[in-house]
Design a protein around this ligand. Structure first.
Ligand SMILES: Nc1nc2c(c(=O)[nH]1)N[C@H]1C(S)=C(S)[C@@H](COP(=O)(O)OP(=O)(O)OC[C@H]3O[C@@H](n4cnc5c(=O)[nH]c(N)nc54)[C@H](O)[C@@H]3O)O[C@H]1N2
Ligand SMILES: Nc1nc2c(c(=O)[nH]1)N[C@H]1C(S)=C(S)[C@@H](COP(=O)(O)OP(=O)(O)OC[C@H]3O[C@@H](n4cnc5c(=O)[nH]c(N)nc54)[C@H](O)[C@@H]3O)O[C@H]1N2
Ligand code: SF4
Ligand SMILES: [Mo]
Length: 691
């Protein structure tokens, strides 16, 4: 090679760290000590199969962004002013530890609330914060913002969070993409579904309130009202029983109460469901017959349709279809949501389980607004939260009931330390801001939810400036706070190594050589052929909801339409869904110019008939509101939605909105049954033409 030609980049293996069910196996170009180049999907990984989303393919734009936080800072102006001065790491950590100790002296240890989420999905870097909270007896974290409703609903039926191998979608005769906008949120589902169509003539069905990018690719799109999937599922099962398409042998062997279910469904006719869902009787009949005729159907159940107050019941009802049809027993058949249980992690070292005291209060992640404004019930009648340690999440933009969140973060008696990669709206409210590494700059292990691999994400480049990994920050704070645990004296790689071994997998060195571990259980186990996860081995049509959380009694005994949603009323005639944007990932990538340019600006997608009725045109500004508040937003006309339903894509940051407050101003923080969870797609609103 001559001296002038650029060196060929080295290709490094990694895993996508983002909060996405796909957890892609990556190949990353290393350009030099600090810089990465192009990111590609690993061809050899049977789930990733060489495909990743566009936003991660251009990761260099995010990793080498000029706005990366590079040094610790302390606040010098009023809260939220954005006035900060650089300080040393020692001073930043000393100040944070002193503030936590002072808060504890005044209010007791539960006044400190470590608050985190899945900005990185790495097990060590994400979950190590629990070790600190257990060691210090800080308030616990009941994590509800994302998965609780969906997981509760799926496990209610199956008894275990796992299912048929997601790669089997390619061997299905009918892939039903239910309440997930896979083209945006987990592109690899499309890879396998489209393979099934190409290789076996499979049909692709999409069930979603709007004609999103996934529905554009479907053979059949069932465009229903949000929060009505339980009704659709019941009518489908009604038809299967009615028309001799139910698998009675399967039902007798593998399910709890098939006769009672059949009886119950007699009144859940397609006409009944049509009135609730907004679908036609013909559409419902056609879908049920498609499933009956193509018994090898794979129901790929997403998160979107669980983000309603009846979401857990809807998830359970949808999964029940595969038990009536008997699809569970076939290759390419069954219902799949998430593979969490197949990894059987021993998390004790990462999370410091030996130090856990179950008597310490648990605070609900989604209720950070009510908690920070001091609502007694949200605080479990305990002390106020006067100190926060935040990693990997941006609640000022993403949490429900934003008015309370914003009011709470502005409290003068609240000390906030935020560890971040960028000056997010949450970091802007902090007293101390700490710069964080990105996944290419630290070691971690990753577990897929929407597939079946454990992957290694090793440090590939040096961090810019003074950025530090989460694990190091937790250990440094532990030392200053006097917290003791062996995990605080180990490296991230050592913890990963111990955890892999303790969980019955290989070790980090082996993982480094082999890149990933395929953890999918065998066919019989994946398809529950030796029984479902409940003690009696049966799929439960009648779940024990009451055992699953304090509000379980609100859910129906058998699959049904649970009237718990914020129904449209004369005052609030529209139902709003706040679906994910393609070029953002939650609040991440809202900082990269390419993503900003592609998404343009926040807008409400309104059916042309609704627009005419409101007297508004494309590009106009409307005011949209409910009891929690109101905001101004631009109109986009869109006929791929039922009149009366509106869509707002993306968790845009507050400052992207005309009046500086984001869409979650309108989202409720009330806990959905059985065990909490935010109903992001279940909001009734009014819309008016802006004067
Ligand atoms: N590009 C991109 N990718 C992402 C994310 C992102 O923000 N952007 N977020 C990531 C995260 S954290 C998660 S948890 C996953 C979530 O990914 P998904 O499982 O796809 O879930 P959602 O993003 O909540 O919503 C997906 C779809 O559900 C639909 N939906 C809403 N209400 C209903 C309903 O009542 N019934 C039915 N049938 N459908 C409904 C919405 O219209 C939307 O099209 O995606 C991850 N990937
Ligand atoms: N309206 C509406 N609101 C929603 C949703 C919706 O569909 N609609 N979806 C909800 C869902 S499902 C979720 S999961 C939440 C997610 O919302 P967030 O938790 O805010 O999600 P992310 O954007 O994944 O990650 C947040 C931050 O983590 C930081 N980060 C990444 N890696 C690291 C690291 O290694 N260390 C540190 N210290 N920081 C890091 C990133 O810079 C980013 O700012 O939003 C919820 N809010
Ligand atoms: S599809 Fe999901 S897991 Fe794959 S690269 Fe994109 S964000 Fe990461
Ligand atoms: Mo999520």
């Amino acid at each position: 090679m001559n001296a002038l030609s650029p060196a060929k980049p080295i290709i490094m293996r990694s895993a996508c760290p983002h909060d996405c069910p796909s957890t892609c196996a990556l190949e990353i170009e290393k350009l030099d000590q600090f810089r990465i180049g192009r990111v590609r999907g690993a061809e050899a990984n049977t789930y990733t199969a060489g495909v990743i989303c566009a936003k991660v393919a251009r990761y260099a734009e995010r990793a080498q962004h000029p706005d990366r936080l590079l040094q610790p800072m302390r606040r010098t102006g009023p809260k939220g002013s954005g006035q900060f001065a650089p300080i040393s790491w020692d001073e930043a950590l000393d100040r944070t530890a002193e503030a936590f100790l002072a808060a504890e002296r005044k209010w007791g240890s539960e006044t400190v609330w470590p608050y985190y989420y899945a900005g990185t999905m790495g097990l060590v870097q994400r979950d190590g914060i629990h070790r600190l909270r257990h060691a210090m007896r800080y308030s616990g974290f009941h994590s509800t913002i994302c998965v609780t409703l969906a997981w509760s609903g799926y496990i209610a039926g199956t008894g275990a969070l796992r299912g048929p191998d997601p790669r089997e979608m390619a061997k299905s005769d009918c892939v039903v993409i239910w309440g997930t906008n896979a083209v945006h949120t987990q592109v690899n589902v499309m890879t396998h579904a489209i393979r099934a169509r190409k290789e076996r003539g499979a049909k692709i069905v999409v069930i979603d309130p709007y004609r999103n990018a996934t529905a554009e690719q479907a053979d059949m799109h069932l465009m229903l009202r949000p929060g009505t999937d339980g009704a659709l599922a019941c009518a489908v099962m009604h038809v299967l029983f009615r028309d001799g398409l139910a698998d009675r042998d399967y039902l007798a062997r593998y399910t709890d109460l098939p006769q009672e279910l059949e009886q119950h469904l007699q009144s859940r006719t397609p006409a009944w469901a049509a009135a609730i869902t907004g679908l036609s009787v013909a559409e419902i009949e056609a879908f049920a017959h498609l499933l009956g005729e193509r018994k090898r159907h794979y129901l790929r159940l997403g998160y979107g349709f669980s983000r309603s107050r009846n979401g857990a019941a809807n998830m359970h009802a949808a999964a029940s279809i595969a038990a009536v049809s008997g699809a569970w027993a076939l290759e390419g058949g069954g219902a799949f949501h998430n593979n969490g249980a197949i990894f059987h992690w021993d998390r004790s070292l990462i999370e410091g389980h030996d130090l856990r005291d179950p008597s310490i209060r648990m605070l609900d992640q989604s209720r950070i607004g009510p908690i920070l404004v001091g609502e007694a019930e949200a605080l479990k009648n305990g002390p106020p939260v006067t100190a926060l340690l935040i990693q990997n999440t941006n609640p000022m933009d993403v949490a429900p009931e934003l008015a309370k969140v914003h009011q709470g973060f502005a409290r003068e008696d609240l000390f906030t330390c935020v560890h971040e990669q960028f000056m997010t709206n949450t970091a802007r409210m902090a007293d101390i801001v700490l710069p964080a590494t990105m996944f290419t700059e630290h070691d971690d292990i990753y577990q897929a939810g929407g597939q079946q691999h454990i992957l290694l994400g090793p440090k590939i480049v040096d961090a810019p400036g003074e950025a530090r990994e989460n694990h190091a920050v937790i250990c440094d704070l532990a030392q200053r706070l006097g917290a003791e645990h062996r995990g605080f004296n180990m490296s991230a790689r050592e913890i990963a190594d111990w955890t892999l071994k303790a969980s019955g997998w290989s070790d980090v060195d082996t993982l480094e050589r082999e890149f990933w571990i395929d953890c999918q259980p065998d066919f019989r186990a994946s398809h529950f052929l030796d029984g479902f996860g409940h003690p009696d081995g049966k799929f439960r049509f009648a779940p024990d909801w009451a055992a699953m959380g304090p509000d379980g009694h609100k859910l129906p005994r058998l699959p049904d339409h649970a009237e718990l949603i914020q129904a449209a009323t004369a005052e609030m005639p529209f139902r709003m869904v706040t679906a994910p944007a393609r070029n953002f990932l939650n609040s991440t990538f809202t900082e990269t110019p390419t993503s900003q340019k592609r998404e343009q600006r926040p807008s409400v997608m309104l059916h042309p008939e609704d627009a005419t009725r409101l007297g508004v045109a494309a590009g106009d500004v409307v005011r949209i509101g409910n009891a929690q508040g109101d905001l101004a937003i631009h109109v986009r006309l869109f006929d791929g939605v039922l009149p009366g339903v509106v869509i707002v894509e993306g968790i845009w940051p507050n400052h992207s909105f005309i009046e500086g407050v984001g869409i979650n101003l309108l989202i409720g923080a009330d806990p959905a049954p059985p065990n909490g969870g935010a109903a992001f797609h279940d909001t009734a609103v009014w819309i008016r033409k802006e004067a």
